[in-house]
Ligand binder design. Structure first.
Ligand code: DAH
Length: 336
């Protein structure tokens, strides 16, 4: 039995020293020291020995058990530390795994930036519904039924007198109905038009509307606020010009251009060789509109403006196709 024990012990230590994987160490442990393991069985068999031999043999068996356990533990540690060495030799030049947490859509950002410029200048913010009645979208804004000006905007009708709003101007009416002058508000939001889809136009887009009504508001005030806006949004050196135009709800009306930010006014493809880019429509609120909301045109006057957020965002970021904003390709969105 003594030889048997010593042979098992020696063989185990040799075998353990050659093991390469932790799972193989476990197999050896079970084979020798498990419930039915070789050493375990020998220890159990001690009872069959003559009483005089039991202590010496028990002692030896225990020593061998301890020796095997120690060899297992040492080998396990050696394997573990070489695994750790592999870990420290990792390639630290490998690109990290990016944690993408999401962000604001570029149109949301530009809308917020525009709104913040006006709130810093004393404007409140108001919102209105995207599903509008004919009255707010057209009638109260001085577009009579069958007036050709309605053709300027290809309208989606949901029912006879219910439309998807074609502009944010109806929010002007809702604000003036709900409060008396002075009012000074900007009204951001989404608008809809049944337009041909191409790089310059889409069926959905964003506008920011502005309105100021008070005693003695003049066209000079309108120019002042829009110059301040352009300076803050596009920069001090960008020139601005007002061109006469027509809108049913303003008189006089103007369209506002800025000097082309791509060619600095020299003329290029973006500005169609004119050196100018249109960014908004504006004008003095028509007295007929003030009368619709029971403001007295003899007492108060006002200006209004409306700008296309998509176009302004395209100019700001050098984007040449409006559809990119609505396709929501992450490769595009992640650039902002
Ligand atoms: N609502 C006009 C449009 O969508 C833009 C506009 C022009 C708004 C003149 C105004 C304004 O407030 O005064 O084309």
């Amino acid at each position: 039995m003594r030889e048997e024990l010593e042979r098992i012990g020696q063989q185990a230590v040799n075998e353990i020293s050659l093991v390469k994987r932790e799972s193989d160490l476990e197999k050896i442990r079970i084979r020798l020291l498990g419930r039915k393991g070789e050493i375990t069985m020998l220890l159990r068999g001690l009872g069959n020995l003559p009483v005089g031999e039991r202590p010496a043999m028990g002692n030896l068996a225990n020593q061998i058990k301890i020796k095997v356990e120690k060899a297992l533990a040492e080998r396990k540690q050696a394997l573990g530390s070489s695994e750790r060495e592999e870990v420290t030799s990792l390639d630290i030049t490998m690109p990290g795994r990016e944690n993408w947490v999401g962000g604001l859509h570029p149109l949301t950002r530009v809308t917020q930036e525009i709104v913040e410029i006006f709130t810093a200048l004393g404007f409140q913010v108001a919102l209105g519904p995207e599903v509008e009645t004919d009255y707010y979208n057209f009638e109260a804004l001085n577009f009579p039924k069958d007036h050709p000006a309605r053709d300027m905007q290809d309208t989606y009708y949901l029912a006879e007198d219910v439309v998807l709003r074609t502009h944010t101007s109806p929010v002007q009416i809702r604000v003036m109905e709900s409060q008396s002058p002075p009012v000074r508000v900007v009204m951001p939001g989404r608008v809809y038009r049944n337009e041909e889809i191409n790089p310059r136009s889409f069926t959905v887009f964003y506008q920011v509307e502005g309105l100021y009504v008070d005693r003695d508001v003049t066209f000079g005030d309108l120019k002042g606020i829009l110059v301040a806006f352009v300076e803050r949004f596009f920069g001090l050196s960008v020139p601005i010009r007002f061109r006469p135009s027509f809108f049913p709800f303003t008189e006089p009306s103007a369209e506002v251009d800025i000097g082309c930010i791509l060619c600095a006014g020299k003329g290029c493809r973006l500005c169609k060789k004119t050196g100018w880019l249109e960014i908004l429509g504006a004008g003095m609120v028509d007295p007929a509109v003030l009368a619709h909301v029971n403001y007295d045109p003899e007492e108060v006057s006002g200006y209004a403006f409306g700008m296309g957020v998509d176009r302004i965002a395209m100019l700001r970021h050098g984007i040449d196709d409006i559809r990119l904003f609505y396709e929501n390709d992450l490769r595009f969105l992640r650039q902002f």
